[in-house]
Design a protein around this ligand. Structure first.
Ligand code: C5P
Length: 245
C-alpha cells in the first residue's frame, strides 16, 4: 500500500472490468481514479469492445491483466500472446492443460518478441484447473487424480515451462506457494471483504486471508463495481490488504 497525497492505492489489487461497453469502463475507471492501478479485462469485455479497451487503459496509465485464457497449439498460442503484448497487456494467460511444450514455446516466443520490439515482456500466467470444476465433471473427463493434486502438479509444470505464475483460488494458494517457491505470481479471484455479499463465489477468502495464503494479486469485481461508493469500497479493501503485511 502507498499513499500519494491523500490517495491510497495498492498495485496488488486488480479490479475486474466485467462490463460490456467503453462507456461503462470509462465511468468506473474515472470513479476509481488513482485508487486503482490494475484492471482485468476478460472475454466478455474484450469480445464486445475489442483491443481499444486495452489501449484506453494504458493511456490512463493503468496496468492490464488480459484474461483471455488461450488454449491452442504452441505456434498459435505464441502468436496470439505476441499480438496481445503489442496492445500493451501487462499480464496474459494460457491454460496449463495445453501442455509443457505449448507453455514453453509461448514463453520463449513472447520473450524473444519483446526483446526484438524493445518492449517489456508481459508476465505469463496459467490456469491450472478451472475452479468451477466439480468432482462429477472431473470424473466425466476420465480423470482419477484428485483435483487438488492436479492443481499443484500443473502449477509446477507451469513454472518449469518458464511461466511467471498461475491463477488460483485463495484456498489453493498456500499449497502452490509451498510447491513453487517465493518468486511465483499467484493471482486469486474469489476475494470478498469481511461481511460482503458472496454472490456466486463459493471458495472465498478475505483480502488479508488470500494474501496470507500466498496470493500476490487479488482480483475483485462486484464488491467494488456494485458498491454504492466504488472508490470507498476499493479503499477499504486496500486497508484490509495492508493489515496482512
Ligand atoms: O465479481 P467477482 O469479484 O466475483 O469477480 C471475480 C472475477 O474473477 C470475475 O471476472 C470472474 O470471472 C473471475 N474469476 C473467478 N473465479 C475464477 C476465475 C476467474 O471469479 N476461478
Amino acid at each position: 500500500m502507498s499513499e500519494e497525497g491523500t490517495t491510497l492505492h495498492d498495485d496488488r489489487l486488480i479490479v475486474a472490468l466485467d462490463v460490456h461497453t467503453m462507456a461503462d469502463v470509462q465511468q468506473l475507471v474515472t470513479t476509481l481514479g488513482d485508487t486503482v492501478s490494475y484492471y482485468k479485462v476478460g472475454m466478455e469485455l474484450f469480445y464486445s469492445v475489442g483491443p481499444d479497451v486495452v489501449r484506453y487503459l494504458k493511456q490512463q496509465g493503468k496496468h492490464v491483466f488480459l484474461d483471455l485464457k488461450l488454449h491452442d497449439i504452441p505456434n498459435t498460442v505464441a502468436g496470439g500472446l505476441t499480438s496481445l503484448m503489442t496492445l500493451g497487456a501487462d499480464i496474459v494467460n494460457v491454460h496449463a492443460s495445453g501442455g509443457y511444450t505449448m507453455m514453453k514455446t509461448a514463453a520463449e516466443r513472447l520473450h524473444a518478441a519483446a526483446a526484438e520490439q524493445g518492449v517489456p515482456c508481459p508476465k505469463i500466467i496459467a490456469i491450472t484447473v478451472l475452479t468451477s470444476m466439480n468432482d462429477d465433471d472431473w470424473a466425466k473427463l476420465g480423470e482419477t487424480e484428485p483435483i487438488a493434486d492436479r492443481v499443484t502438479r500443473l502449477a509446477k509444470l507451469t513454472k518449469s515451462a518458464g511461466l511467471d505464475g498461475v491463477v488460483a483460488s485463495p484456498r489453493e494458494a498456500a499449497s502452490i506457494r509451498a510447491a513453487c517457491g517465493e518468486d511465483f505470481l499467484i493471482v486469486t479471484p474469489g476475494v470478498r471483504p469481511a461481511g460482503a455479499s458472496i454472490d456466486d463465489q463459493s471458495r472465498i477468502a478475505t483480502p488479508a486471508q488470500a494474501l496470507k495464503n500466498g496470493a500476490t494479486h487479488l482480483v475483485v469485481g462486484r464488491p467494488i463495481r456494485a458498491a454504492e461508493n466504488p472508490r470507498e469500497a476499493a479503499i477499504s479493501i486496500i486497508k484490509e490488504m495492508a493489515s496482512s503485511n
